[in-house]
Design a protein around this ligand. Structure first.
Ligand code: GRF
Length: 209
């Protein structure tokens, strides 16, 4: 039998995507362990859930580092203690250095709350409402040095309904995030998803999972 894959999840706040992944890994018995949940903020709400699940939690406080390079180096050292096969950004609100991204090339995933390449950056739901789009959604992608871009693994679309508030739209998108992100992480740990150069390779049978 193949060895268990090691996953490290990075959060900055609520951690609902992290929770969805932890739950799916347990309920679906993935060949993987969540080795650690690491936050750059000591007050990230998601840390409590991870702790309660018996997962190692760490804080590498971004505020305590004079610059991005030194923070990313400390973060990398903390992550690498857990020898991860995959690093999952789940609401991790930091721009990463090219060095950090290169170190995890092909094993760093992110979820962004829009249908990329539309609406990179922050306040994506507000951007979508302002643009008047009728479809919005979420994107799982491999992380490259190009912020909120990078090869797309999966997307889910939701309708934008007339009169939607930012919160209503965010909630509708989040429900989809909790479906597509665990699914993509599962594909990776099952060896069905890989990045070759800048091309995403997904085994044909993955889509029927
Ligand atoms: C999600 O909408 C995610 O797409 C974005 O930040 C939010 C994080 O939510 N990157 P949570 O911390 O996973 O609950």
């Amino acid at each position: 039998m193949r060895a268990m894959r090691s996953i490290v999840i990075l959060i900055s706040g609520r951690g609902s995507n992290m929770e969805a992944i932890v739950r799916a890994a347990r309920d679906e018995q993935w060949p993987a362990v969540i080795s650690a949940v690491i936050s750059n903020r000591p007050d990230a709400e998601g840390l409590a859930y991870a702790k309660a699940q018996g997962i190692a939690t760490l804080v590498v406080a971004s505020k305590q580092f004079p610059d991005r390079e030194q923070f990313d180096a400390a973060l990398q050292a903390a992550i690498d203690r857990f020898a991860p096969d995959l690093v999952v950004l789940a609401g991790f609100l930091r721009i990463l250095t090219a060095q950090f991204v290169a170190h995890y090339a092909g094993r760093l995933l992110n979820i962004h709350p829009s249908l990329l390449p539309a609406f990179p950056g922050l306040a994506t739901h507000r951007q979508a409402l302002a643009a008047g789009v009728k479809l919005h959604g979420a994107t799982v992608h491999f992380v490259t040095a190009d912020l909120d871009h990078g090869p797309i693994v999966a997307q889910a679309a939701v309708p934008v309904l007339s009169g939607d508030s930012e919160q209503q739209l965010a909630q509708r998108v989040l429900q989809q995030e909790h479906i597509i992100y665990p699914r993509a992480v599962r594909w990776f740990v099952e060896g069905k998803l890989r990045l070759h150069g800048d091309q995403v390779h997904l085994q044909a049978d993955a889509l029927s999972d």
